[in-house]
Design a protein around this ligand. Structure first.
Ligand code: NDP
Length: 339
C-alpha cells in the first residue's frame, strides 16, 4: 500500500519535501462490526485548507495532520471490503480518505455514496464540481452573497475550483461578473470558456484599486473573496453602498506569519457593507438541492468545469504544493487509479 506521509509541522509555503512516499501495510479485512469500510482510492482532491492542517497549533474546524501519518483529504473511492449492507463491494463513495492506494474510511455523515444516474459525469467531479469545492461556491454565492439580478460581482482566484463555479452561477443569475486570476492563460479561460464578462491578471496590475475601478466604474455589489490580503483591501474601496463580501478563503495569507494589513475596513461602516465569513459545512442541509441544481445546469450545457488532473500518487505532493503558486489551472485532482 503506497502512502504519502506528512513528515512534520512547517512554517511558510509547503514544499514537496514536507511529504514523502512510503510503502505501508494494510489489513485487507475490516474487523467485524467495524465503523469503517475498506476502499480503493481513485481520485484525490488537493485543497488549500490542507496547508492549515500542516501547522501545529491550527485552531480551526479540523484538527492538524499527525506527523508520520498518511495525509488525509477528500477522495473518490471504490468499496472493496465491507460488512455493512449499505456499502456494497463495488459501490463508489466520496469522503475523507487517505493519500494511499487503499484506506479504511469511517462511515459517517462525511461519507457519501455516489448515486447511479451520475454515470455521464466524470468521476473526479465528485471532489470538484459536485464535491466540496462546488458546494462552497453554491452555498457561498446563494446563502452569503444574497445575489440579485443585475448585481456586479467580483471573484478572486476566479479560475480555481471554487471561483470558476461562483462566476458561472453569478452569470446564470443575471449578474455582471469579473474575475481576477494569476496568468494570461487563466484570464483567457475566464473570458472564453467560463463566461466571465471581464477578467484581469492581478500579477500584471501595478495598482489593484485602479484595476477594479476600470472593471467596475459603478462599484461592486458582491465580492466573493478567495484570497484576502491586498485584493480584499482594494475591493473594500470599490464596494457599493450595501455591498456584500463573502469571505470564503485567504489563500494569499495562509503561509505567511506577517499577514498583510487591511487598511480599508472603515468602508464597512461608511458604505454599510456586509462582510461574512462562512464554512461550506454550515450549509450541508442544502447539499441535495445543490447537486440537483448544478447537475441540471451541467447537463444542459450551461456550466463547464475545468480540472487539472495529475496522474499517480507520487505526483500528489507537487500537486498540493502547486496550489500556493497558482500552478493549477482549474480544480486540482490526482488520479491514482481509474477503477
Ligand atoms: P484554487 O483551485 O482556487 O487554487 C488556489 C488558487 O489560489 C491558485 O490557483 C492561485 O490562483 C491562487 N493563489 C495562490 N496563492 C495566491 C496568493 N498568494 N495570492 C493570490 N492568489 C493566490 O483553490 P480552491 O478553489 O479550492 O479554494 C479557493 C479558496 O476557497 C481558498 O482560499 C480556500 O481556502 C477557500 N475554501 C473555503 C471553503 C469554505 O468553506 N469557506 C471551502 C473550500 C475552499 P491564481 O493563479 O489565480 O493566483
Amino acid at each position: 500500500n503506497k502512502q504519502i506521509i506528512f513528515k512534520g509541522y512547517i512554517d511558510g509555503t509547503p514544499k514537496e519535501t514536507d511529504m514523502e512516499l512510503k510503502l505501508g501495510e494494510i489489513e485487507v479485512k475490516a474487523p467485524k462490526g467495524s465503523k469503517a469500510v475498506l476502499v480503493k482510492n481513485l481520485y484525490l482532491s488537493c485543497d488549500p485548507y490542507m496547508r492549515g492542517r500542516m501547522r501545529e497549533n491550527y485552531e480551526s474546524y479540523i484538527h492538524p495532520f499527525v506527523p508520520g501519518s498518511v495525509i488525509e483529504g477528500f477522495g473518490v473511492c471504490k468499496v472493496v471490503e465491507s460488512d455493512d449492507p449499505f456499502y456494497k463491494i463495488g459501490d463508489l463513495v466520496v469522503g475523507l480518505t487517505g493519500w494511499e492506494e487503499y484506506s479504511f474510511v469511517r462511515k459517517n455523515e462525511q461519507l457519501r455514496k455516489i448515486e447511479h444516474g451520475h454515470d455521464d459525469v466524470p468521476l473526479s467531479y465528485h471532489v470538484g464540481l459536485l464535491g466540496m469545492a462546488g458546494f462552497t461556491a453554491y452555498a457561498g454565492f446563494y446563502e452569503v452573497c444574497a445575489p440579485k439580478r443585475g448585481d456586479c460581482v467580483f471573484v478572486s482566484a476566479a479560475s480555481g475550483a471554487v471561483g470558476q463555479l461562483v462566476g458561472q452561477l453569478a452569470r446564470l443569475h443575471g449578474c455582471y461578473v469579473v474575475g481576477a486570476a494569476g496568468s494570461s492563460q487563466k484570464v483567457s479561460l475566464l473570458k472564453e470558456k467560463l463566461g466571465f464578462h471581464e477578467a484581469f491578471n492581478y500579477k500584471e496590475e501595478s495598482n489593484l484599486d485602479a484595476a477594479l475601478k476600470r472593471c467596475f466604474p459603478q462599484g461592486i455589489d458582491i465580492y466573493f473573496d478567495n484570497v484576502g490580503g491586498a485584493m480584499l483591501d482594494a475591493a473594500l474601496l470599490n464596494m457599493k453602498v450595501h455591498g456584500r463580501i463573502a469571505v470564503c478563503g485567504m489563500v494569499s495569507q495562509q503561509s505567511i506569519s506577517n499577514r498583510d494589513g487591511i487598511h480599508n475596513l472603515f468602508t464597512l461602516i461608511s458604505k454599510r457593507i456586509k462582510m461574512q465569513g462562512f464554512l461550506q459545512s454550515d450549509y450541508l442541509h442544502l447539499f441535495p438541492q445543490f447537486l440537483e441544481h448544478v447537475l441540471r445546469e451541467y447537463k444542459q450545457g450551461n456550466i463547464v468545469y475545468i480540472e487539472d488532473l495529475n496522474e499517480g500518487l507520487e505526483s500528489a505532493p507537487a500537486a498540493l504544493v502547486g496550489l500556493f503558486s497558482g500552478k493549477n489551472v482549474g480544480k486540482q485532482v490526482v488520479c491514482i487509479a481509474q477503477d
